[in-house]
Design a protein around this ligand. Structure first.
Ligand code: ZN
Length: 107
C-alpha cells in the first residue's frame, strides 16, 4: 500500500509540473483579431483543454492521497480493489466489476 501512494505522489508532482508549464504557455494568448482559423488559436484551445484534464486528474490524485484510509477500496461497493488492477490503474476508485457496471450504465 505504501509504495502505491509514493507512485501517486510522484505522478501528482509530474502533473503539477505539466500544469505549470502549460499555464505559462497559455499566458501567450493568441491574437484573436487576426484571421479566423489561425492555427495558433487551435493549438491554444487544445492546450487549454489539456490543462483542464490535467487539473481534474491532479485534483483526483490529491483526493486519493488525502484519504489514504480508503485507498484501494471501491467507492461503489466498498470491496477491496484487486492489487493487480491498482498496479495498472493506481488512481482508480472502482473495482473491476463496478467499473464494468458503470461503463455498461453509461453506454
Ligand atoms: Zn466495486
Amino acid at each position: 500500500m505504501e509504495d502505491r501512494t509514493i507512485i501517486l505522489q510522484r505522478e501528482l508532482e509530474q502533473l503539477r509540473a505539466q500544469i505549470a508549464a502549460l499555464e505559462r504557455a497559455l499566458q501567450e494568448t493568441p491574437d484573436y483579431g487576426l484571421g479566423r482559423g489561425d492555427p495558433a488559436v487551435t493549438q491554444w484551445e487544445l492546450d487549454y483543454a489539456l490543462l483542464q484534464q490535467l487539473r481534474e486528474r491532479a485534483a483526483n490524485l490529491e483526493r486519493l492521497l488525502s484519504d489514504k484510509s480508503s485507498y484501494g477500496i471501491c467507492e461503489r461497493c466498498g470491496e477491496q480493489i484487486h492489487p493487480d488492477r491498482l498496479a495498472v490503474l493506481p488512481d482508480t476508485r472502482l473495482c473491476a466489476r463496478c467499473a464494468r457496471e458503470e461503463k455498461a450504465r453509461v453506454l
